[in-house]
Design a binder for this molecule. Sequence first.
Ligand code: 6PG
Length: 479
Amino acid sequence: GTAQIGVTGLAVMGRNLARNLARHGYTVAVHNRTGARTAELVEEFGREGDFVPARTPREFVTALERPRRVIVMVRAGEATDAVIEEFAPLLEPGDIVVDGGNAHFADTRRREEALRGRGVHFVGAGVSGGEEGALHGPSIMPGGSDEAYAALGPLLEDIAAKAPDGTPCTAHIGPDGAGHFVKMVHNGIEYADMQLIAEAYDLLRTVAGYGPARIAEVFRAWNTGPLDSYLVGITAEVLAHTDAATGRPFVDVVADAAEQKGTGRWTVQTALDLGVPVSGIAEAVFARSLSGHTGLRRAAAGLPGPHRPPLGERDAEHFADRVEQALYASKITSYAQGWNMMRAASAEYGWGVDLGAVAAVWRGGCIIRAAFLDRVRAAYAADPELPTLLADPEFAEETGRAQEAWREVVATAVRHGVPAPGLSAALASYDALRAERLPAALVQAQRDYFGAHTYRRTDRPGSYHTLWGLDRSEVRTGG
Ligand code: 6PG
């Protein structure tokens, strides 16, 4: 075989990744279950580089130099298992299979183990950046063995996005499912960012009384400050867009039921299993699902709410500045939650994930790319054992400085009846974490009262139970 790498699964992500590889000078074997797609790719983009079209899995595998490097780009789930089943018998020890789909990390762990038994390396790689990213440079989060990364890394570094400092936006994340885990958390953070931005928009619209075009201007201004990010940038573009058919602001003609393909939900499910609070991501997932519950919404549509007119011009401007600060502080909080989760999983699965390197990989190419991520990288570079981003001296100073504005914005949202679950949850999480005492003490006491679940004391070791139904004396129940 003469092809240095192969791509099977030529829907838009696979096709663009194959083109990206070819444009970087690699000879790329290409294969798709239905051959028409393969022919189409070669016909349309054959001039961009060297493609070797393959009609069958055997032809595809034969076209590859050894050890073979096969990128699988099919819809995550059963299709991935089907492709692996089809190709595995044709592969040899030392070959590398890369799954570039949005797989669940538990599936990746299972597949990696199964292929390892045959001596084949399985690399679950998160790929972010959509169609454009795949073609011009995605952010790539590969898991798998060191050996596999040694054979694959240089090539991934070539085709990945480059951070503003020129560093490729890819790094070996860790063994087995580590890459897909990190990609999942990326998507959870993506959901949280999008929800926070949407709440900021809603507040500017309802409380400040701004129209979409003006809000676009506000977002453009924010995009030159600490909130500078891809998502804030595209939000400004969307808000400035006018619907051709009706002449109305585009955002007003889009149905307000947000969909999801599942990675945000996985993030929350996994966080629950790990026991890590990710309230910002959870609120974002719930907000999407609430928006889609037309029945519930119709049933509740007549419930009373406050009647407050929008703010006057001067107050509105002041409020908009406050929203910027609240959004930024909430962003720090939800990123802190995402990082807490990666830290916990890395410990649980023994992945040894470099938390600063993850931030570095997200500086370019991916959906959450932002100037902010270089600061997250720097925070972990300064202290690799940082227990939470909120404890980083700079972020701590910034959230501290923003907290008055944050409170004002959340309180105003409540007064005006504008739902702001993301901003509120972030603030609640901030306040809970910094609290010296939490009412969790009372919860423990309640549990002991009705179920003899025992509690610990602040003044001496051991676990205790109070004989609530008897004389309310206390007994020591254990170490
Ligand atoms: C990316 C994105 C991508 C995801 C979309 C849609 O990193 O390029 O995260 O992987 O598929 O964002 O996700 P939802 O349909 O769940 O919103």
